[in-house]
Write a protein that binds this ligand. Structure first.
Ligand SMILES: [Zn+2]
Length: 284
């Protein structure tokens, strides 16, 4: 069933697990992650973003995302990831995403507040949760290079940001980057703890592929309620593809779906979201 991201992030926060957010942009990915969540009885966020528009026509693909969400017995949230403008986010909503992220993290604090606020004011009356980002999760790059000018989430302004924007969840930059890590990443738990102490909304970890499982689990225990995963699904898909590449594509596709499923199951266990689909929240 289609579910409310705000409700589920609160359940995750209260029960100390994180909801998996899987970026999906083809049938294998969508079916693979849904197979995993059905098997593990996990709530899930299936998500699309601008980075995939050269692979897949979102406006067509969204129909399948929404249909699978509605037909599933699990709580499923459809999400637009990293919306770089109001119009992009609105387009995501118009085609069935019931949760959005407005990412204005590359702008100044004031501009980020203004942009996020605009999206919150538009979407809250529509019952759509809004995620924002403070600090900036670096883009794919050499890890050491990305860390030289890394924009960590500043704990001293995090509360002000949430209070002024009324965002429902906050993506933090704590030493992680998007894409493939070129050396072993290490999360800055000191920053996470400080942000977690001053902000009451659920926190979000982007760029989680490639971060050692123990670090991700620790981040979840410290207040991360949603974890974004894309790259590791792609790596699992390529492993399956390469292993079975001599067979017909018709068969290879099934192995790819299975490979993605197995990786998603692993992530679900790292985040502790297995067997959580029936949880309820009192007084919501
Ligand atoms: Zn991200």
């Amino acid at each position: 069933m289609l579910a409310d991201v705000r409700y589920w992030e609160k359940i995750a926060q209260k029960n100390h697990f994180a909801i998996p957010h899987f970026n999906v942009w083809n049938v294998e990915m969508l079916e693979g992650v849904m197979d995993a969540c059905e098997q593990e009885n996990s709530p899930v966020i299936i998500s699309f973003g601008t980075g995939f528009i050269h692979n897949t026509i979102f406006e067509e693909y969204a129909g399948m995302m929404v249909s699978m969400a509605k037909h599933s017995s699990l709580p499923v949230i459809t999400h637009w990831d990293h919306g770089r403008s109001f119009d992009i986010v609105k387009n995501g909503y118009d085609y069935g995403m019931n949760s959005v992220m407005r990412d204005a993290s590359q702008l100044s604090f004031e501009e980020n507040v203004a942009e996020t606020k605009k999206v919150v004011e538009y979407f809250h009356p529509l019952n759509v949760g809004v995620e924002a980002e403070l600090g900036h999760v670096a883009d794919p790059n050499k890890y050491e290079k990305a860390m030289e000018n890394y924009k960590y989430t500043d704990p001293s302004i995090a509360k002000k940001f949430v209070d002024q924007t009324h965002c429902d969840s906050l993506a933090v930059a704590i030493g992680q980057v998007h894409g493939v890590y070129t050396s072993k990443p290490s999360l800055n738990f000191d920053v996470l703890e400080k942000v977690s102490n001053v902000v009451s909304v659920p926190l979000v970890l982007h760029g989680a592929s490639g971060i050692p499982d123990d670090q991700v689990s620790k981040a979840v225990s410290m207040g991360i309620c949603k974890v974004n995963i894309h790259t590791d699904l792609g790596i699992a898909a390529m492993k399956a593809f390469n292993k079975h590449r001599d067979q017909l594509y018709l068969e290879v596709q099934k192995y790819v779906r299975e490979g993605i499923k197995d990786e998603a199951v692993h992530k679900i266990h790292v985040l502790g979201s297995q067997s959580k689909a029936e949880l309820k929240l009192d007084n919501y």
